[in-house]
Write a protein that binds this ligand. Structure first.
Ligand SMILES: *[C@@H]1O[C@H](CO)[C@@H](O)[C@H](O)[C@H]1NC(C)=O
Ligand SMILES: *[C@@H]1O[C@H](CO)[C@@H](O)[C@H](O)[C@H]1NC(C)=O
Ligand SMILES: *[C@@H]1O[C@H](CO)[C@@H](O)[C@H](O)[C@H]1NC(C)=O
Length: 156
């Protein structure tokens, strides 16, 4: 019997977004129209949306131990998304972050992604998950940094 929960495994990052009147000139100085932080990453976004749709949703991924991670954790909590199987790396790791420049003229997004050293979760981390409690699990994985993600969905 498969359980009631759904899990998304993959990236959570902080998107730091500046909405600009025009795309900036190099070495120039301008005020932005809007500025905000947002939780980003495909698996993290999907797990929040699934919770809004009424699923018992969980996100699994690696966490650094920094303020950006606490921002992400608070956002997951606010959507009722469990993070109980996330693995926290304590010292010397940083949360993946994207600085995003939005051009308000046409909505173009220029993304500067910083993924410095936070490891992906491992098979051993995943062995702590009791599969009986889940009905499907969505994996987003990469062979290494800076390579495209693969998506796999397991129905249990
Ligand atoms: C996000 O995940 C969905 C579902 O697996 C996939 O179709 C889509 O291509 C992914 N988007 C990005 C930007 O990786
Ligand atoms: C998911 O991502 C989209 C596109 O960035 C954003 O508009 C939406 O607010 C996000 N949803 C959640 C629940 O974070
Ligand atoms: C947006 O507009 C800028 C010029 O203002 C242009 O260089 C850029 O190619 C446009 N991007 C898109 C996605 O249309």
């Amino acid at each position: 019997m498969s359980g009631p929960r759904v899990m998304c495994v993959g990236l959570a990052c902080v998107d730091i977004i500046s909405v600009c009147k025009n795309y900036p000139e190099e070495d120039s100085d301008q005020r932005v129209l809007d500025f905000y932080w947002q939780k980003g990453g495909n698996a993290s976004n999907t797990s929040s949306v699934l919770s809004l749709l009424g699923a018992q949703s969980e996100y699994m991924g690696s966490f650094a131990n920094d303020n950006e991670m606490r921002f992400l954790k608070e956002d997951f909590d606010s959507f009722g998304v469990s993070t109980s199987h996330c693995v926290t790396y304590n010292t010397g790791y940083i949360t993946p972050t994207s600085v995003i420049i939005v051009n308000s003229q046409n909505g173009s997004r220029t993304i500067l992604h910083a993924s410095k050293n936070l490891p992906e979760i491992t098979l051993d981390d995943f062995k702590a998950v009791n599969l009986k409690n889940y009905k499907w699990i969505h994996f987003e994985g990469r062979p290494s940094f800076n390579t495209p993600a693969y998506e796999i969905v397991c129905m249990l």
